[in-house]
Write a protein that binds this ligand. Structure first.
Ligand SMILES: NC(=O)c1ccc[n+]([C@@H]2O[C@H](COP(=O)([O-])OP(=O)(O)OC[C@H]3O[C@@H](n4cnc5c(N)ncnc54)[C@H](OP(=O)(O)O)[C@@H]3O)[C@@H](O)[C@H]2O)c1
Length: 249
C-alpha cells in the first residue's frame, strides 16, 4: 500500500490539531502547519509520531502566497506527494463594520479566503500526480448569518464557501473532491478573541436543539466523512455541524 500524506493548515492546536491526529490514526503521514505556535506544532508532531506516522512541521503564514509556495515546495521535497489538504487555519479581526480598517480586512481575507485558492492550486499539482485527492475547508456560521463583531470573518468564510463550489467543479476532472465543514461555536482558543465569548458559549449551551454545544470531535468526524470514499459524490458542499442552532430564528 502506498503511504498517503495529508496537510492540515493551522494544526498547532484546536480543530486542526485534532484533525491531524485523527488522520495519523487513519494511517496518513502528516504535514503540520502553523504561523506562531511552534510549541503547539511540535506537540502535534510528537503525537503523530507516537502513532507511528511521519510528521513534517512547517511554519508558514498562509495569508502570504510566497510562503504558501515555499511550504508546498518543502512538501514536494520531503514526500513528493499529497493526498489530503485540510484548509483549517484561520484568523481575523473582530470589530463592528464601522470600525474595520483596510488592514483588518486584508489580514482576515488573506488568511481565511485567499489561502484556500493558492493552497488548492499547489495541492492540486501534487495530488494529480497520483490520480487525485481530497480538499476540505473549515467554515463557520457567520458566512450565512449575522454574528456580532464578525463582519470581516463572516465575509471571508462566505468567500471560502463560494470558492469551495468553484474549485469543486474545476478540480473534478483531476479527481479532486472539494468540500467544507461549517461549525457552530466550539470552545477552542479561537473564542478567546471574541469580545462576546461568554454570551456565545451560554447561548450555544442553552439553545442548541441537539442539547449540547458542538465539540472539536464533532467537526473532525464530518471532516473525516468528507475525506472518505463514502462521500465521493458530495461536491462543493458546506456541511453545517451546529446541533441545529442555525435553524432557529
Ligand atoms: N472555534 C469555533 O467556534 C469555530 C467554529 C466554527 C468554525 N471554526 C473554524 O475552525 C478552524 C479552526 O479553528 P479553531 O477554533 O481550532 O482555532 P484556533 O484554536 O484559534 O487555531 C487556529 C489555528 O490556525 C493557525 N493559524 C492562524 N493564523 C495562521 C496563519 N496566518 N497561517 C497559518 N496558520 C495560522 C493557528 O496557528 P498559530 O497559533 O501558530 O498561529 C492555529 O493552529 C478555523 O477555520 C475556524 O474559523 C471555529
Amino acid at each position: 500500500m502506498t503511504q498517503k500524506v495529508a496537510l492540515v493548515t493551522g494544526s498547532s492546536r484546536g480543530i486542526g490539531k485534532a484533525t491531524a491526529i485523527r488522520l495519523a490514526e487513519a494511517g496518513y503521514d502528516i504535514v503540520i502547519n502553523y504561523a506562531r505556535s511552534k510549541k503547539g506544532a511540535l506537540e502535534t508532531a510528537e503525537q503523530v509520531e507516537a502513532l507511528g506516522r511521519k510528521a513534517l512541521v512547517l511554519k508558514a503564514n498562509v495569508g502570504d502566497v510566497a510562503k504558501i509556495k515555499e511550504m508546498f515546495a518543502q512538501i514536494d521535497e520531503e514526500f513528493g506527494r499529497l493526498d489530503v489538504f485540510v484548509n483549517n487555519a484561520a484568523s481575523g479581526v473582530q470589530r463592528p463594520a464601522m470600525e474595520l480598517e483596510e488592514s483588518h480586512w486584508d489580514w482576515t481575507l488573506n488568511i481565511n479566503s485567499k489561502a484556500l485558492l493558492f493552497c488548492a492550486q499547489e495541492a492540486a499539482k501534487l495530488m494529480e500526480r497520483n490520480g487525485g485527492g481530497k480538499i476540505v475547508s473549515i467554515s463557520s456560521l457567520g458566512s450565512i448569518r449575522y454574528l456580532e463583531n464578525y463582519t470581516a470573518v463572516g465575509v471571508s468564510k462566505a468567500a471560502l464557501e463560494a470558492l469551495t463550489r468553484y474549485l469543486a467543479v474545476e478540480l473534478a476532472p483531476k479527481n479532486i473532491v472539494v468540500n467544507a465543514v461549517s461549525g457552530g461555536a466550539v470552545d477552542t482558543e479561537a473564542l478567546k478573541h471574541f469580545p462576546n465569548r461568554n454570551e456565545l458559549l451560554q447561548e450555544a449551551a442553552e439553545k442548541t436543539p441537539a442539547g449540547r454545544m458542538v465539540e472539536i470531535e464533532d467537526m473532525v468526524n464530518s471532516v473525516m466523512f468528507l475525506l472518505s470514499d463514502d462521500s465521493s459524490m458530495i461536491r462543493g458542499q458546506t456541511i453545517i455541524v451546529d446541533g441545529g442552532i442555525s435553524l432557529l430564528v
